[in-house]
Design a protein around this ligand. Structure first.
Ligand code: PMP
Length: 334
């Protein structure tokens, strides 16, 4: 019988899919690493299982323990799946800009969710960083994975995401493009790809306009899961050759195009990463473009964003959808 004993066994080994339409007119191949194929629906399954395995080995997490983590949703889902398999309780602390659908998903997996204001500085007692610290100290047997400092976060990408991409492209990858949140993906996979290629692979970060990685002050933006107002320890500043800032409008417009033109119903940080990848593709000189194999990582699926990015009224409220744009409104009969 072909049976898996647990969903945890199915984390990682996601497919690489060629983008065909949004790349029109561009010479390089652009390949998407589609992370919504993970059982929890996002790239974060990879770090969840790696961080929990390591905490069990070191004794930080013991049977019956509680996992407390500030997470915008995706890490929570990955942690909740592994926790369920192994009998841990989960308490997640989320900023209030996260879509309600995402919080409901965490609750559906049996996790407890605490919502905190986005519009306070990180050291404020009500920030989601501070609240998760307090809960981790107060709850007996609590362990905080702390994806922003935990070396097992980038390590999971060094050990899985990077090698998978190298294998799947037969070592022909020339550019790796990914959004930066904790920086775990780009630091871990990027480092692996640089080492495997002898430094040949260029690593390009994609970042929301306003975030610190691309020189911003940390001012708010709407795309979720990426960008920071602080520099987390999990981000290795030596890996990225370049960081490209992308506006919310461009991120969301590309996200909608991916659904309509590539049948990739993905999240806003995916549109952001693809927008950056297409800029990389467009900027390559003719001779470099011929052999270029650009891999762009798409962190999650789009179902958690139906009431935002895929909602015309929400888009219009922020001025992201105007009659003048070439994009037809979703649902409009042409
Ligand atoms: N996109 C989404 C939707 C995410 O949840 C995350 C994780 N915060 C990222 C991108 C960025 O990944 P990383 O934390 O590895 O930099």
């Amino acid at each position: 019988m072909q049976v898996h004993d647990s969903l945890v066994e199915l984390m990682g080994d996601t497919p690489l899919v060629r983008l065909r339409k949004v790349t029109a007119g561009l010479r390089p191949q652009v390949l998407a690493k589609v992370e919504y194929f993970n059982p929890g629906g996002s790239v974060k399954d990879r770090i969840a299982v790696r961080m929990i395995d390591a905490a069990e080995r070191s004794g930080l997490l013991r049977p019956g323990g509680t996992i407390v983590e500030p997470t915008s949703g995706n890490t929570g889902v990955g942690l909740a799946i592994v926790a369920q398999e192994r009998g841990y309780r989960c308490v997640f602390v989320c900023p209030d800009k996260v879509a309600k659908d995402k919080l409901d998903v965490l609750r559906a997996y049996g996790a407890e969710v605490v919502v905190c204001p986005t519009a306070v500085p990180p050291d404020h007692p009500e920030s989601y960083y501070s609240v998760s610290d307090r809960l981790a100290a107060e709850i007996p047997g609590a362990w905080k994975p702390n994806q922003y400092v935990n070396p097992d976060n980038p390590r999971s990408h060094y050990e899985t995401t990077g090698p998978e991409i190298w294998r799947q492209t037969d070592g022909r990858i020339t550019h790796f493009v990914a959004g930066i949140g904790t920086g775990g993906t780009i630091s871990g996979a990027g480092r692996y790809l640089k080492e495997a290629s002898g430094g040949r692979v260029k690593v390009i970060g994609a970042d929301p306009e306003g975030s610190v990685y691309s020189g911003g002050s940390g001012r708010p933006y709407l795309v979720e899961g990426v960008g920071e107002d602080i520099w987390p320890e999990t981000y290795d500043r030596t890996i990225c050759d370049e960081v490209i800032a992308i506006s919310d409008k461009e991120s969301f417009t590309m996200t909608r195009r991916l659904a309509r033109e590539e049948a990739l119903l993905v999240g806003g940080s995916c549109g952001m990463a693809v927008a950056a990848a297409l800029r990389v593709a467009a900027d390559l000189e003719e001779d470099a473009a011929v052999d270029a194999v650009i891999v762009v990582l798409l962190p999650d699926g789009g179902r958690g964003y139906l009431s935002k990015i895929f909602n015309d009224d929400w888009m219009a409220d922020y001025g992201f959808l105007t009659p003048a744009t070439e994009e037809a409104r979703v649902g409009e009969v042409l």
